[in-house]
Design a protein around this ligand. Structure first.
Ligand code: MN
Length: 205
């Protein structure tokens, strides 16, 4: 029995057009994300004692996992959870800018929303190889922009990921080829700031 299920996209495959194209969304969700989920389940099959533990919990507790599945959970559990968040971090038409507490915190740290966007864009553009760029809440409450390699999750570092950008080539190559900066500029149009705001509220509680 599959323990972890692939969540459906929260909108239509073509809903993020023209910024993220339908075919990329289909392949990214139905094949890439699905493969991470399948591989995670295959690893967990050998460990029924973990059957009721969420992938998020497994990632927070990587060091306590059995040696033989730690790498699989890190890679495929990370791929599972990161992509689920990625879909929820986006919405058709996006919502422009963060509001309320999140906006205040961003302005306190980066001076302005524009400066934050620039810093995040710079981090995503300069990330070498495959990985993710994040806005995270550190365990001491600070918000920072970070990068993770491969499918590593901020959860494994004791952080709460608020906003994640997938900069693996599979996220953009069909439409943008090697032009990662153009993909990043397009992605800003579909960021779901309500979702990001909600994640910060949950983290603070
Ligand atoms: Mn991806």
């Amino acid at each position: 029995m599959a323990q972890v299920e692939l969540p459906p996209l929260p909108y239509d495959y073509g809903a993020l057009e023209p910024y993220i194209d339908r075919t990329t969304m289909e392949i990214h969700h139905d094949r890439h994300h699905a493969t991470y989920v399948n591989n995670l389940n295959a690893a967990l099959e050998k460990h029924p004692e973990l059957a009721n533990t969420s992938p998020e919990h497994l990632l927070r507790d990587l060091n306590h996992l059995p040696d033989e599945i730690r790498t699989a959970v890190r890679n495929h559990g990370g791929g599972t959870v990161n992509h689920t968040q990625f879909w929820d971090n986006m919405a058709p038409d996006g919502s422009g800018q963060p509001k309320g507490g999140l906006l205040k915190e961003i302005e306190r740290i980066w001076r302005s929303f524009d400066a934050f966007q620039e810093a995040f864009t710079q981090a995503a553009t300069s990330l070498f190889g495959s990985g993710w760029t994040w806005l995270v809440r550190q365990s001491d409450g600070r918000l920072t922009i970070t990068q993770t390699a491969n499918q590593d999750s901020p959860l494994s570092l004791g952080q709460v990921p608020l906003l994640g950008l997938d900069v693996w080539e599979h996220a953009y190559y069909l439409k943008f080829q090697n032009k990662r900066p153009e993909y990043i500029q397009a992605w800003w149009h579909v960021v779901n700031w309500e979702d990001v705001d909600h994640r910060l509220e949950q983290a603070i509680q």
